[in-house]
Design a protein around this ligand. Sequence first.
Ligand SMILES: [Zn+2]
Length: 502
Amino acid sequence: MHPIWRVLATSAALLACSRAQPASVPAPSEPAPVVTQMQLALASDSAAIAFLIDEGTRRSHAPDDLRYLTDIVGPRLTGSPGARRANEWVGAKLREYGVDSVALEPWPFGVRWTRGPISVRLLAPHERWINAVSWAWAPGTSGSVAGDVVSVDATTRADYDRRFAGTLTGRWVMVTTPYPRVNPDAPDRADSVRVDSLRKLRSRRLTPDERDFQAHRAELLAHDRVAGQIIDGGKEFGLLTMSGGPDDVAPFPMVVVANETFAEMHRDLTAGERVRVEVNASNTFGTDTLTQWNTVGEIRGSEHPDEIVLLGAHLDSWDLGTGATDNGSGSIAVLEAARLLGALSAKGVRPRRTIRFAFFMGEEQGLYGSQYYVLAHRAEMPRFQGVLVLDNGSGRITGVALQGWDELRSLWTDMMRPLSALGPLPVRSGNKTGTDHLSFLPAGVPSFNYDQVGKGYDHTHHSQADVYDHAVPGDMAQAATIMAVNALQLANLAQLLPRHVK
Ligand SMILES: [Zn+2]
């Protein structure tokens, strides 16, 4: 990986697929700045748009395609055979849907990690089997490893040296307090005042000493030869979570347990009880840097084939479920938009600019696929008209954030107007994080990630419940139709949109 991009990717890894805001906490709305609006007239595409809406909402292939991608192709962990299968399946579907060309564009990823079996047993204060999974790119245990659990609640190096250094050999460590959760079914988010204040406390700004300790904590724990780390799943009702990547290979086994289990262990330790677990986990690493691929297809423009509108989503997923909401649904929306625009060009109506359909791998490990895409296509970036990404679950599109292009508010409002039957689709100021549109911002390309309704994304995101059942067919059809229409509108505008280098 190019060093500059590695830095970007490492910081982006923390952001990849950030969770949606819980429904009960409204997203902070930034006040709309007064910005002179660019006067950009849309082409008169009403017949083409009517065709896309009719085809997209009445004969959608999105539900069937998502079912195949999730139930049959399955999880798409970057570097796994499933990821390659998905690259090829999407490529074949793009060809079937009539795009002009399809390519699997290679880039260097890192070492492969393969999840093996795991068993975790609580040995004290009572005995029971625990549902747990290994953190990605963490090693296994090489057999059963029993050890006491210790809450390493040091916040600085000095504190760690005083209370923990040299005492943790063979121990399973927890390094956080349990993520405070409310019962989502309770009326008025019962207990929410206490939980909100606990969450606020956790998100406070760290001192430089605390930040430095956190940056070096894993190194210190490895040096002290801990057995491994126990990680809080952070969700409710036994849901687990997943993350990790080849740029951040764990120095010891790391095991994710449900938030309730983590809280139980923490409660017992706080009460002075001995907590003991036995873990047997076997994961394997490859030895060489793997090549991975983005699947990219395009419908060539009739007037400006070298100018590009890109619809994108990440095709990779975590492997506890089958990646239906993160981000099978976004990928299938892009694929369905390709089908709709392919059907339109088969009727002889081609976009003026080229429309590309990009299915990025490696987003979950730090936006790798899209960052390499921008690097490989850097000469084209000044001719990119715009990038539209979908990656906030399977809920319908509810509008768009302007990502700093506030002078395009009128344009976006005009673009959403013919879609009013699929709305409301408000246009707002604000910057969205967490996915592949970010990779295009340093190149100055107007890049957007649509707003979407939650529909449980906060629960399914990265968990074992991220499966087809949580996708909503009507919402997927709506999202795909909006993406197809917006792509056509941007492709047919008279001029290129302004660049902002970020
Ligand atoms: Zn995602």
